[in-house]
Write a new protein. Structure first.
Length: 335
């Protein structure tokens, strides 16, 4: 197989990042993009030389030139195009969260099994060298089987205005849910969660969740939208994994690049998606490289798992229920 031919659905901020990253890959060719905005389509066409510009998703999915569809729309708009793309014989990457409803995640998974095409979740932190190194240290027994995990994910407050459209568990904590499942290597049995709102929004600005796994491991996850905008810190994340043989930890805002000028301090993210000498680098590009390699070589992905993504949505759903009911939720039982 030659280059993987890609169609991108959704040209918001993250969709444009997908476009930039795919266009930087030697093993991929973006042949079509789709968005409801004529301005975004025109920009993508001019900037990246893409000829096939669609405003209608069904027209995109009928394009037989496409091997892989990248679904980068709003969370509530993932199910229908994913099912249609799989049924048309295309591989699909679905950005996080793959959905906010467990039954939709399971429907996607069933459609993929019936189609024989690959269905891939966009959990890019598995391709961040720092988080991947922890996984390797777990498997090599430098850390060993996790006993305790703590993960914090904090973002600038102004972003809440955009992302409060869904519960915080689906916009921030979903990443750490996936990491905890990946590291533990088994399923979550019990959830107890606490959410606090500052503005009165239905989505909490501050969210804590306690997870208990089948193997006895415990995890505490903390997500918030409370970093002051003036602090200039794009990402303030932390992790500690304590295993039977050792410990791993890092705190993102205390290391890396700091820029000081007359406007204050800026601590930009240099790991997920950045430009270096005019080319995209970072964990998003590494994830898409891996996906294209799997498709080109006809291999089933081993680093990412839609089974884990489905369970992650189930855990997220239990976290929302625990916040609402003020009680522990046992997964698999009626709520």
């Amino acid at each position: 197989m030659g280059k993987v031919k890609v169609g991108i659905l959704g040209l918001g901020r993250w969709g444009m990042n997908h476009l930039e990253a795919f266009c930087s890959l030697g093993q991929a060719e973006v042949v079509a993009v789709c968005d409801s905005s004529p301005e975004k389509l025109e920009l993508a066409g001019k900037q990246y030389g893409i000829k096939q510009l669609y405003s209608n998703v069904d027209d995109l999915l009928r394009n037989d030139d496409i091997d892989l569809i990248s679904v980068v729309t709003f969370e509530s708009q993932h199910l229908d195009p994913t099912l249609k793309a799989l049924r048309s014989g295309k591989h699909v990457i679905v950005e996080k969260p793959v959905t906010t409803r467990p039954e939709e995640a399971r429907e996607m998974q069933a459609a993929a099994a019936a189609s024989g095409s690959l269905l891939l979740p966009g959990h890019l932190l598995r391709f961040d060298p720092r988080y991947a190194a922890i996984k390797e240290a777990i498997e090599s027994d430098k850390i060993g089987t996790p006993v305790s995990m703590y993960m914090k994910r904090a973002r600038e407050h102004f972003l809440f205005e955009t992302f409060k459209r869904v519960h915080t568990v689906y916009e921030l904590m979903i990443h750490d849910i996936d990491l905890a499942i990946w590291y533990a290597g088994c399923r979550v049995e019990k959830v107890k969660a606490y959410g606090r709102t500052v503005s009165g929004a239905s989505s909490p600005e501050v969210l804590w969740a306690n997870l208990e796994f089948e193997n006895g491991a415990i995890a505490v996850l903390h997500s918030n939208w409370m970093t002051p905008d003036a602090a200039g810190i794009e990402i303030a994340d932390a992790i500690e994994v304590i295993g039977k043989s050792g410990t791993a930890h890092f705190e993102s805002s205390h290391s890396g690049l700091h820029i000081w000028d007359n406007g204050g301090r800026l601590t930009p993210d240099m790991n997920i998606h950045v430009k270096l000498h005019g080319q995209t680098v970072g964990s998003l590009r590494e994830q898409l490289t891996y996906i294209c390699r799997c498709i080109a070589q006809g291999e089933e992905p081993s680093v990412i798992s839609f089974n884990d993504a489905v369970h992650g949505v189930e855990v997220a759903d239990a976290i929302v229920a625990s916040c609402e009911k003020g009680q522990e939720i046992v997964l698999g039982k009626e709520r």
